[in-house]
Every structure is written in structure tokens, then in C-alpha cells.
Ligand binder design. Structure first.
Ligand SMILES: [Zn+2]
Length: 51
């Protein structure tokens, strides 16, 4: 019998153990195709309002 955890970890606790939260903090910026401004990926550009 392999050792098993007594309880299922909630999504939050599982994330904390793997520390994936730390990697999500690193925000990558991409250049907007329309106005060449720095914007967040998958977000509407703050400068021109386009995706
Ligand atoms: Zn833009």
C-alpha cells in the first residue's frame, strides 16, 4: 500500500504547495499590434482599446 494523504487538498492548498502562485506573479508584457505600446497579453490595450 502506497502512503496516501488523509484528505484531498483543496485547490488553494494544492496551489500553495506547488507554489505556482509565485510564477503567476511574473507578468509578461507584449507589444500592441495597433499602437506598438506595451500591453498585457490577452488584455485589451490600455492605449488604443483593441485586443
Ligand atoms: Zn494598442
Amino acid at each position: 500500500m502506497a502512503p496516501l494523504p488523509k484528505r484531498k487538498l483543496s485547490k488553494g492548498r494544492r496551489g500553495r504547495r506547488r507554489n505556482s502562485y509565485a510564477s503567476t506573479k511574473i507578468v509578461k508584457a507584449v507589444t500592441c499590434k495597433h499602437c506598438k505600446e506595451q500591453k498585457l497579453p490577452h488584455r485589451v490595450c490600455e492605449n488604443c482599446g483593441k485586443m
